[in-house]
Design a protein around this ligand. Structure first.
Ligand code: HEC
Ligand code: HEC
Ligand code: HEC
Ligand code: HEC
Length: 177
């Protein structure tokens, strides 16, 4: 009896967790920017903006991308699902946008592709409490997060060394003195 009751509780909470996941919506990098732009706290927005991921959509219009696409019989990679699914957060999650989202196709691989959709964790009070933020959809990215895109389905795949790659895109908060 006790066992059955436990199963019911586990099932129930399990199901409600799944539902909550899809309640988290994508809000776009410009929302994160409000709080993550200051040099004092690590200017994550600027570092991301100047790094490879913010450019991932635009680069689908480059000579190189056109060549890669042509080999697959794709005329315009900037319009093709086969490319956009990894090169644009907006494209991949266009069914899960917040009503007031700032996310655009052009912002390429945005914060939320690595950190999870931000609608429920974006409040300052929640963000300051890591455990609470994670329960509201925040992801602290690990190797698996990257491998959603850095894998053999990428037509230009090179070897992926997580530690090196992480170092290339790092945007830490400065250590408190
Ligand atoms: C209203 C302000 C605000 C907004 C908007 C905001 N953040 Fe934060 N974020 C914070 C604060 C404050 C912290 C905690 C900093 C600290 O404790 O030093 C934080 C911490 C974080 C951390 C580190 C969490 C940890 O515990 O290691 C990540 C990752 C993060 N934010 C990502 C994002 C992303 C992605 C977005 C947009 C989807 C976003 N934030 C939007 C204020 C904000
Ligand atoms: C949603 C897909 C996606 C995710 C998730 C992702 N990336 Fe990327 N990444 C890309 C794309 C697309 C490019 C190419 C963009 C360009 O060159 O304009 C790229 C380029 C890079 C580059 C520069 C090229 C290179 O190989 O040196 C580094 C470094 C990198 N990613 C590291 C990471 C790390 C570390 C993670 C996980 C924490 C990660 N990426 C997660 C899609 C993704
Ligand atoms: C499975 C995810 C994924 C898919 C699908 C994908 N890409 Fe990428 N793309 C990446 C990642 C990750 C990188 C950065 C590292 C690398 O080259 O593997 C990248 C980098 C690139 C680069 C830059 C390579 C370089 O050496 O600078 C080009 C060009 C490119 N992609 C074009 C395309 C085109 C065109 C398509 C569609 C036919 C496509 N990609 C589909 C994930 C993907
Ligand atoms: C390609 C994946 C990727 C993207 C895109 C990305 N981040 Fe991160 N972010 C990471 C990784 C990896 C870490 C380090 C996690 C750890 O502590 O191991 C990190 C850490 C952070 C931290 C905590 C820094 C610290 O020292 O505690 C903040 C804040 C943050 N990111 C905000 C952002 C914001 C804001 C954006 C967009 C403007 C963004 N990130 C885009 C992968 C990403």
């Amino acid at each position: 009896m006790l066992y059955k009751l436990l199963m019911v509780i586990i099932l129930f909470t399990g199901v409600s967790l799944v539902q909550a996941q899809s309640d988290f919506k994508y809000i776009g990098a410009n929302k994160c920017k409000t709080c993550h732009k200051k040099p004092k706290t690590g200017e994550q927005f600027k570092i991301w903006k100047e790094g490879p991921h913010a450019d991932a959509y635009n680069m689908l219009s480059s000579e190189k991308a056109l060549k890669v696409a042509k080999e697959k019989g794709i005329a315009d990679p900037s319009k093709a699902e086969e490319c956009l699914k990894c090169h644009s957060t907006y494209f991949k999650h266009k069914d899960q946008l917040d009503k007031k989202t700032k996310l655009t196709l052009e912002e390429g691989v945005s914060c939320e592709s690595c950190h999870g959709p931000g609608s429920a964790y974006k409040k300052k009070k929640i963000m300051k409490d890591q455990k609470l933020a994670i329960s509201k959809g925040l992801i602290i990215p690990d190797e698996k997060t990257c491998q959603k895109c850095h894998n053999e389905n990428s037509p230009t795949m090179k070897e992926f060394d997580f530690e090196k790659a992480k170092d290339k895109i790092k945007h830490p908060r400065p250590k408190k003195k």
